[in-house]
Design a protein around this ligand. Structure first.
Ligand SMILES: [Zn+2]
Ligand SMILES: [Zn+2]
Length: 452
């Protein structure tokens, strides 16, 4: 059956040994498509040679016909030699005919490997993967051919290409192919005559913690609302609402060291612009996109970032991270404990004794209790209006003078502290103002600790 099919194939078109083996790829294991193709043609040649030598008339004629198909259409060397030896003439019409299915791409994979090597020059990587997208004309031609000949044991063009180029590159680079998280993915776009390579370069992720020692800078850069980042009079043609941000103070050194095209800053939550971030700092992951260099000297980076930004921000605890950690960090940020220091002002003065009584009341009513917090008015333009249920863990307070008090407040992540204090016109309840019975305002706020 297979032999008939092989002869049928070559009566229609010339295909290469790789493609022949590939069409029967599901048959016979632990070999390559090329060896499979060669084995088929060699067996066919031997079978017909034997028929020719020992068969009777009609069998001999048939055998000669088959050997001619193998010599002329398959261009199979061994069949050509048999015919020459037996003194039977044959005639190859077109010497340069290419494989009908792959246009000799598989016989010229070195070309693809060479170009891939050039493309990757200057990139540091440990693992890679090969992918390809053959043009629709290649895929459609092959589909038609297979259905015409009723071939169902074939391996796809793609899968053969990816594996064979992968093997060659693996030898060249002396690195394994990696299927789940390759540093580099080569994507070959393959046409009939030409091809192109695109690289997918996996980001690198660096975990760290930052302290924000000054007020007035946001965590990440804010695009100017007016011009959407293009630059206008309102933003002094910077395209930004704030001159700088924690992100912009940290990322240039990393982008430079890794030669990345850009970066993304993922924080474990964020503090308001006017809030300091103290204590051990807030966890963040810096994602470096399309880096050339993947091995960074993190302690040197930390040092240089901290030197440049002395008294503004400080980073620590740098280590390599993953995309997975970015996701889990964002999920966790909602629930981790956070500790704040708030300086609070009252419009009406009270005595220290009165303060102590009210502080006790605060502790009694709020500690280990939950509050209802509707999205604050000040952020309602960019956050969905909903009620959040947040837990308060611990409150301690200190009397500064009649109208100024200090509080340390430990709460669940995502609690709006300024509103917890002021009450936000009843949108947060219960609140410090409500319980103490005085209109209170949070003058300044620092984050002291974030559990991570
Ligand atoms: Zn081929
Ligand atoms: Zn603008």
């Amino acid at each position: 059956m297979i032999f008939t099919k092989v002869l049928e194939i070559y009566q229609k078109e010339h295909i290469c040994l790789y493609c022949l083996g590939r069409l029967f790829s599901l048959l016979g294991t632990d070999t390559t498509n090329k060896r499979r193709g060669d084995a088929l043609l060699l067996s066919l040649t031997m079978e017909n040679h034997s028929e020719y030598l020992s068969g009777i008339n009609e069998e001999r004629i048939n055998a000669i016909e088959n050997l001619k198909i193998l010599a002329e259409c398959a261009r199979y060397n061994s069949a050509q030699e048999v015919l020459k030896k037996e003194g039977i003439g044959f005639d190859i019409e077109n010497e340069d005919v290419k494989c009908y299915l792959c246009k000799d791409i598989y016989s010229n994979l070195e070309m693809y490997v060479e170009k891939a090597k050039k493309k990757i020059e200057g990139f540091e990587f440990d693992t890679f993967l090969v992918g390809c997208s053959p043009s629709s004309s290649i895929v459609n031609r092959e589909d038609r051919f297979k259905s015409m000949l009723n071939i169902i044991e074939a391996e796809s063009f793609k899968s053969h290409f990816n594996r064979e180029v992968g093997k060659l590159l693996s030898e060249e680079f002396d690195k394994p192919a990696e299927f789940t998280y390759p540093d580099i993915t080569f994507i070959f776009s393959i046409g009939e005559e030409e091809f192109e390579i695109n690289l997918l370069i996996r980001s690198i992720f660096i975990f760290g913690r930052y302290k924000k020692l000054i007020r007035g800078i946001p965590q990440t850069h804010w695009i100017c609302y007016n011009c959407n980042g293009k630059g206008c009079n309102e933003c002094d043609h910077t395209g930004k609402r704030y001159e700088t941000s924690v992100e912009e103070l940290i990322n240039p050194k990393f982008i430079e060291a890794s030669n990345a095209t850009e970066s993304k800053f993922h924080g474990a939550g964020r503090e308001d612009i006017d809030v300091k971030m103290l204590g051990d700092g807030r966890p963040f992951v810096l994602e470096l996109i399309e880096p050339n260099i993947r091995t960074l000297n993190l302690s040197r980076l930390k040092q240089s970032v901290n030197e440049i930004n002395k008294d503004k921000i400080e980073i620590s605890d740098l280590r390599y991270s993953t995309k997975k950690e970015v996701i889990s960090m964002k999920e966790k940020a909602e629930n981790t404990k956070k500790e704040y220091f708030a300086l609070v002002r009252s419009e009406i003065g009270i005595t220290i004794e009165d303060f102590q009584i009210k502080l006790q009341k605060l502790k009694d009513l709020l500690e280990e209790e939950k509050i209802d917090q509707r999205t604050p008015t000040r952020v309602s333009h960019r956050r969905a209006d909903k009620i959040r249920n947040k837990r308060i863990y611990n409150i301690s307070g200190k009397y500064r003078n009649q109208t100024e008090f200090e509080f340390k407040i430990e709460t669940q992540g995502g609690t709006y502290i300024k509103e917890l204090i002021s009450g936000d016109n009843g949108r947060t309840s219960p609140s410090f103002s409500e319980i103490i019975g005085l209109p209170l305002k949070c003058e300044s706020l620092d984050v002291l600790n974030i559990d991570y």
